[in-house]
Write a protein that binds this ligand. Sequence first.
Ligand SMILES: Nc1nc2c(ncn2[C@@H]2O[C@H](COP(=O)(O)OP(=O)(O)OP(=O)(O)O)[C@@H](O)[C@H]2O)c(=O)[nH]1
Ligand SMILES: [Mg+2]
Length: 409
Amino acid sequence: MAPTEADEHLEELGRLADTAGASVAAVLIQRLSAPHPRYFIGEGKAQQLKTVAKERDATVVVFDDELSPAQGKNLEDLLETRVMDRTELILDIFATRARTNEAQLQVELAQLEYLLPRLKRMWSHLSRIRGGIGLRGPGETQLETDRRIITRRISDLREKLQIVARRRATQRKGRRGEFQAALVGYTNAGKSSLLRGLSGADLVVEDRLFATLDPATRKVDLPMGTSVLITDTVGFIRKLPHHLVASFRATLEEAAEADLLLHVIDGSHPRWLDQKVVVEEVLAELDLGEVPVALVFNKVDQLTHDEEEALRSEADRRFREAAVFTSTMEREGLQEVIGLLEDQVRKQRPEVRLTIPAADGETLATIYREGEVLSREESGTMIDLRARLPEPTLGRLRQREGVRIGGAA
Ligand SMILES: Nc1nc2c(ncn2[C@@H]2O[C@H](COP(=O)(O)OP(=O)(O)OP(=O)(O)O)[C@@H](O)[C@H]2O)c(=O)[nH]1
Ligand SMILES: [Mg+2]
């Protein structure tokens, strides 16, 4: 029997649990037309869950759907084990994996916002059970304090994040001239593997969900003689906790300023289309809907020849974006990705020749800041440049006195 959507979702939840360091003891599914207010699942199912959890010595019970604070508390009282929902599990993973100061602040903020309405449950839980996943959290000191202190900490974190975001924006300004691409996609699709394949940089690649939390930018040289900056970003997932999306907004602003998004898709996943939609929804939520996108269908080594052909024709039929097919594992299709980047650079940053007065320091500075200078020659009072510049910059330069602009030689 083909796996149902619920099976696939639970399989993914199992992978999340695995990433958090837990192993799955049992899986239970209940078909419901609407969740029950008390336990989310029905009363009888809850009793069955209790029996199974006891039998298997489960230390934590994880729900794929978001539980209300009351449901979480009722379930913990009944089951006498730790109860988590998907949101909490994802927050937990992020908490253990965050490395940079910024990621840590972002995760703590998301956790505290999640925690605030659930404080009572966390309290009773902490006084009863210790151990198991889910306790790393924001740290027990916070849990022991009252709501007021948490609220203050939340605004404190927001402030700190703003400062980090401003610093990041200043850093970005310094390299605005280079063409920038950002890798986005469902978690585990192969974003870091792709960047590693393209740049030769040593990046964390793992068969786990959320291997990457902090954006990493690498320079990739293109054969056409220019280079692009490619940023690897955190992966998305179905039902990505809203708090997390909000607090990672600053990190993902990197992607917002990109000239191109490379949307990496695990083409061998039975639900790649659903995953693609999830990613597009998160992108829209982050106001990234306007950035040009190219699709990278990865892991084609896991497809038969016929399956790959079917995928190619489906992509061709359904999507208007440019698409390439890769196996970063077997280093296949990387040249196509490079070719695609070159096409985009040519399209978005046409190469021009400029002649400007040597005394016009302002124009020269603009060119260096906003574009890429390929060559420069001084002849007397004039400077000849070959450069790649974005259209808006060219538009402004055309208005300047003494500046002559021609096409590439
Ligand atoms: N078979 C196959 N596996 C691949 C390919 N590319 C990546 N993988 C594997 O897929 C897993 C995830 O790869 P990553 O590059 O870490 O994926 P990611 O998109 O960066 O994942 P997150 O950072 O978790 O969002 C690793 O086990 C890779 O070895 C591929 O082309 N073929
Ligand atoms: Mg990664």
